[in-house]
Design a binder for this molecule. Structure first.
Ligand SMILES: N[C@@H](CCC(=O)N[C@@H](CS)C(=O)NCC(=O)O)C(=O)O
Length: 258
C-alpha cells in the first residue's frame, strides 16, 4: 500500500522515515542508489521528474517532496498526530518547515558534497562532469557551481552561517519545551530538521551548535526514541560508508574556521 523510494543516507529520506516510524506505519522500502544513477534513470524520472529522493507511492498516488510527504502521511494516518490540529499551530509548523527549507537544508549540502560526494565527480572528464550536471533536473546549476573542485570556502562560510542561525533560533524556541511545537512528541517540524543535525554532526561540524544547549538536549532526546534507531540504521550515516564513498575527511576546525 505504501512504497517509499528513498536512500539510506539521504537526509530528505530520513525526514520521511522518522515520520513513518513515529506513526508505526508499515511501508515497502525501495532503495535508490545514487552512484548507479538510479535517481535519474528514465523509469524513476517518470515517477519523480525532479530526479531526487524521496518519492512516496500510496494507493497509486505519487507524492513528491519530503515535506509534502510528511504532511500527507499525517493527513492519511492521523494517529498519533505529528501536525497541530489547529490553524495557528499549523502556521507555526509551516513557518519552521519553510525556514528550514530555505536556510538549514541548503546549508548541509556544500559540506556534504565537499567531504563525501565529491570524489565521485572529480575523476570525471570535464565533458562527463558537464553531462552529469545536465542530467539532474533540479540540481544542474548546483552541480555546476560546485564543479569538480568542490564548493569554495565562501560557499562553506554561507552554509555554516545559515546553520548557526538555525541553531540559535531553535535554541530560543526550545527553552522550556521539549519539541519545536507544543506537545509531548516530535512534530513534522522536528522531523524535518533533525536529520540535518545528524548529518552535520557526522561531518564533524557539531561545533555549529556548541552555544545552543537546548538544541543539544533536543537532539539527544530525539536520538533516544525508537523512531531514531529505525531511521538511522547501519549504513544511514556517511561515516558508515566513507570508504565506499571514497570520502576524505578534513579537520572540522579547518572547515569551521573559513
Ligand atoms: N525538495 C526535495 C529535495 C530532495 C533532494 O534534494 N534529495 C536529494 C537527497 S537528500 C537527492 O535526491 N539528490 C540527488 C542528486 O544530488 O542528484 C525534497 O525535499 O524531497
Amino acid at each position: 500500500m505504501l512504497t517509499l523510494y528513498n536512500n539510506a543516507y539521504s537526509t530528505c529520506s530520513q525526514k520521511v522515515r522518522l515520520v513513518l516510524a513515529e506513526k508505526g506505519i508499515a511501508w515497502e522500502d525501495r532503495q535508490i542508489i545514487f552512484k548507479n544513477n538510479e535517481h535519474i534513470a528514465p523509469e524513476y524520472l517518470r515517477l519523480n521528474p525532479n530526479g531526487v529522493v524521496p518519492t512516496l507511492v500510496h494507493d497509486g498516488h505519487v507524492i513528491l517532496d519530503s515535506s509534502v510527504i510528511m504532511e500527507y502521511l499525517d493527513e492519511v494516518f492521523p494517529e498519533p498526530p505529528l501536525v497541530p490540529r489547529d490553524a495557528p499551530g499549523r502556521a507555526q509548523m509551516r513557518k519552521w518547515l519553510r525556514y528550514f527549507e530555505e536556510v538549514a537544508t541548503p546549508s548541509v549540502r556544500p559540506p556534504s558534497f565537499n567531504q563525501a560526494f565529491l570524489p565521485r565527480f572529480e575523476q570525471l572528464s570535464d565533458a562527463d562532469f558537464d553531462a552529469a550536471a545536465q542530467a539532474r533536473p533540479l540540481r544542474k546549476h548546483f552541480y555546476k557551481r560546485m564543479g569538480k573542485g568542490g564548493f569554495s570556502d565562501a560557499d562553506l562560510t554561507v552554509a555554516y552561517d545559515g546553520f548557526r542561525q538555525t541553531a540559535e533560533r531553535m535554541d530560543a524556541a526550545l527553552e522550556g519545551q521539549a519539541w519545536l511545537l507544543a506537545g509531548d512528541r516530535p512534530s513534522v517540524a522536528d522531523c524535518c530538521v533533525a536529520p540535518l543535525y545528524d548529518r552535520m554532526d557526522d561531518l564533524g561540524l557539531a561545533d555549529l551548535w556548541r552555544g545552543a544547549p537546548h538544541v543539544a538536549a533536543w537532539l539527544a532526546r530525539f536520538r533516544a526514541r525508537p523512531s531514531w534507531s529505525a531511521t538511522f540504521y547501519p549504513g544511514a550515516r556517511l561515516s558508515d560508508t566513507l570508504d565506499a564513498l571514497g570520502a576524505r575527511r578534513r579537520a572540522p576546525a579547518d572547515l569551521v574556521a573559513c
